[in-house]
Design a protein around this ligand. Structure first.
Ligand code: EPZ
Length: 422
């Protein structure tokens, strides 16, 4: 397993290109199952999760070809051979459940393995299933698989989510495009990735209104046609790299960055003493003079502070002046980076969904363990300004969501290298 070695270095400067959004691409790809015509995605990120989704679609008989080094994904599901998504692929990536809605909507039946939990929590899919039942689906759970049927096709209905779920909103939205009649999604997720999916589905002929608000209306259509769609910028990769100059000092421009993707996060950066300036090509981030100020954060669904940036922001708070309380309100177990940061000298007290961080002058490099995608990158960020060497192990987590992280950071002056393990 590969490791990444980071050595604390001086201020950073230069530009970092931000890729297309992993979490948009992982819902745009299953959308190909809704039509027998080709769907092509551009600005796609080159990540192992994308390769996993490719393998899943190919296991169903879809044709997927990647061009331009993986930045273009051309898909066609005109000759699908199966509507069964097997456990051996689904267990690798929760987002696999997003093939359920499209398969059911287009073919009237699907057998999809339940994804199982993951490091950050149990992460059930009950909201996905209830949404499809509200559209007339008949579901049966058997031996770890969801056996779904919609004889005569899905019917429009009202889906009232008890709380916001990004994936359940995506599954229901895709299924509703081909349901007979009108579907209303209430307390829908408002993330930019939902809006990006709706824009792509509209290009395919879907009739959708209200995406980006908490109520989405879908008028079902007979069929959807092919389209070409650019994947929206990855706001989580963007926020992650904005934190690099915040932690190290200096000034970095994140190419393709947009403030509207991360307004709550940018407000917290401003409160902490980081300047963010919109340029013609992205977002320029610099640390104002003086020490970082501690600020409190609570994670919320969009447009609130993203849970996927909580671990990275904690890395910044470790050397801030004062005490910061981070409240994780989305997942039940998303502080696994805290013990690893404490190995580097951070002063963090975790109680249930709260982590209290009391800033120290400087962290010290140490061998640390990556436990999940966002935790792993928070350890790299912490290592950028720590005294000495930090060795981050199990970086396969990292490769799921960040393309060429060591190259992007080295290009702005970080001392970082990947060491291939056994
Ligand atoms: C998406 O996961 C993202 N993944 C996650 O990013 C992100 O953290 C999350 O949304 C929240 O923004 C992708 O888009 C591929 P949810 P998702 O359904 O859809 C509970 C990353 O690092 N829940 O909004 O799985 C769930 O357990 C990943 O890129 C149910 O109880 O998240 C969680 O506590 C991590 N039943 C909360 O709701 C359900 O049926 C929010 O989950 C569905 C969810």
């Amino acid at each position: 397993m590969d490791s990444i070695i980071v050595t604390g270095n001086g201020p950073l400067s230069g530009t970092i290109p931000i890729a297309g959004a992993k979490n948009a691409c992982l819902t745009l790809m299953p959308a190909t199952l809704l039509s027998d015509e080709p769907l092509t995605l551009t600005n796609a990120p080159r990540l192992s999760d994308i390769r996993t989704m490719t393998a899943l679609l190919e296991s169903l008989g879809a044709e997927v070809s990647t061009l331009q080094g993986g930045q273009v994904i051309a898909m066609s599901s005109h000759a699908l051979s199966s509507q069964r998504a097997d456990y051996d692929i689904v267990r690798k990536m929760r987002a696999s459940i997003l093939v359920l809605g499209p398969l059911l909507a287009r073919f009237g039946h699907a057998v999809v393995s339940l994804p199982g939990g993951c490091a950050i929590g149990a992460r059930p899919v009950d909201l996905h299933l209830k949404a499809l039942e509200a559209m007339g689906a008949e579901l049966e759970l058997r031996e770890g698989y969801v056996h779904a049927k919609a004889p005569g096709g899905l019917k429009g209905g009202t889906v009232e989510f008890p709380f916001v779920s990004v994936g359940a909103t995506e599954n229901a939205l895709m299924a509703a495009t081909l349901a007979k009649g009108t579907t209303v999604l209430k307390r829908a997720a408002r993330e930019p990735e939902i809006v990006d999916l709706a824009e792509c589905l509209r290009k395919m002929g879907a009739q959708i209104e209200g995406d980006g608000t908490d109520t989405i209306n879908v008028q079902g259509v007979e069929r959807l046609h092919g389209a070409t769609h650019p994947v929206v910028t990855d706001r989580i990769e963007l926020g992650t790299y904005m934190l690099a100059p915040a932690i190290c000092g200096g000034e970095v421009e994140c190419l393709g960055g947009r403030i509207d993707l991360l307004s709550a996060f940018c407000e917290k950066l401003d409160a902490a003493g980081i300047s963010v300036e919109e340029t013609k090509t992205g977002l320029k981030v610099a640390r104002k003079n003086g020490r970082i100020r501690a600020v409190d954060v609570e994670t919320e669904p969009f447009p609130g502070f993203p849970t996927d940036l909580q671990a990275q922001f904690m890395a910044l708070m470790c050397t801030a002046e004062g005490t910061s309380v981070l409240e994780e309100k989305i997942f039940e177990n998303r502080f696994m980076h805290a013990p690893e940061l404490m190995r580097m000298g951070a002063n963090i007290d975790v109680h249930g969904g709260h982590a209290t961080v009391t800033g120290v002058e400087r962290l010290k490099g140490a061998p640390v363990m990556a436990t999940d995608l966002r935790a792993s990158v928070s350890l790299i960020l912490a290592g950028l300004a720590a005294e000495g060497e930090t060795i981050v192990n199990r970086v396969y987590h990292l490769d799921r969501g960040y393309e060429r992280v060591e190259e992007k950071l080295r290009n702005v002056g970080a001392k970082i290298e990947r060491v291939s393990g056994a």
